[in-house]
Design a protein around this ligand. Structure first.
Ligand code: NDP
Length: 242
């Protein structure tokens, strides 16, 4: 039997690219989303069953159109990985409110948008899984992370709330909460003091951060459980991270 459709946001780099590779190797049709589609097209994938669409997750209509197009070809979405996110470190006394807005729009509104677009059909089918990429910063605080922490605490709160709303319909809502990993995430930070603080903190764990491959394997582990089993959350970090 053919495998169901997997939708991954933020597939152009970091965790999303690794998640895309893992499900591609396992033979799932995929809709891979990001604004930089050329980066997705350059991933080492078998493109027989891959649809790539340029989507900004803060644009509901664009997001919905892409999912409708993929579902017309591959059938209903069985897994949505709400992975796209941005982390702009900065001290709240000096950081531009536009950076707070970008984090809240992408990390919170983007997750809500994706969730609403697929959820009703999952509830109607009594089958489906949404995995939201949160962070350890969704559970504990870190200096220079005020708006990011607010966005990821938001992801934790909304994920658990929606899980309670749809659990009786056999739909799984889950979260992965990773610790530090060196993807492209830090490259967007504009506050040099915050980057210096990050580098000093990284030394406290021997300079070793999480390999994104292990985050991808965690997402697949959650999905591979029987539909009757919902791993609500997995926290994963480099062993030396405090
Ligand atoms: P990357 O910067 O490597 O990847 C982020 C991805 O999100 C990119 O593919 C980017 O695609 C996409 N993205 C960002 N903004 C938008 C947007 N508005 N619309 C659509 N796509 C967008 O970082 P990571 O892989 O590390 O981050 C993935 C997730 O993991 C994020 O939610 C992040 O908060 C979370 N996380 C990361 C940790 C880390 O230490 N790396 C730790 C804990 C959680 P494009 O630019 O092409 O649109």
């Amino acid at each position: 039997m053919s495998k169901p459709l997997i939708v991954i946001t933020g597939a152009s780099s970091g965790f999303g690219a690794e998640i895309a590779k893992l499900f591609n190797a396992a033979g799932y049709p995929e809709l891979l989303l990001g604004r930089r589609t050329e980066k997705i097209a350059a991933l080492p994938l078998n493109f027989d069953q891959v649809m790539i669409e340029s989507v900004d997750v803060t644009d509901y209509a664009q997001f919905q159109t892409a999912i409708q197009k993929a579902e017309a070809q591959y059938g209903p979405t069985d897994l949505l990985v709400n992975n796209a996110g941005v982390m702009l470190l900065g001290n709240v006394q000096t950081q531009s409110p536009s950076e707070w807005q970008q984090m809240l729009d992408t990390n919170v509104m983007g997750v809500l948008n994706g969730t609403q677009i697929v959820l009703s059909a999952m509830v109607a089918r009594e089958h489906g899984t949404i995995i939201n990429m949160s962070s350890l910063a969704g559970k504990k605080t870190f200096v220079n992370h005020a708006a990011y922490v607010a966005s990821k605490f938001g992801v934790h709160g909304l994920s658990e709330t929606i899980r309670e709303e749809v659990s009786s319909k056999n739909v799984r809502i889950s979260m992965v909460a990773p610790g530090a990993a060196e993807t492209e995430l830090l490259t967007h930070v504009t506050d040099q003091h915050a980057l210096t603080d990050y580098s000093a903190w990284k030394e406290t764990m021997g300079g070793i951060t999480l390999d994104p491959v292990h985050v991808a394997e965690t997402v697949k582990f959650i999905y591979d459980m029987p539909q009757e089993v919902n791993i609500r959350e997995i926290d994963i970090a480099a062993t030396r991270q405090d």
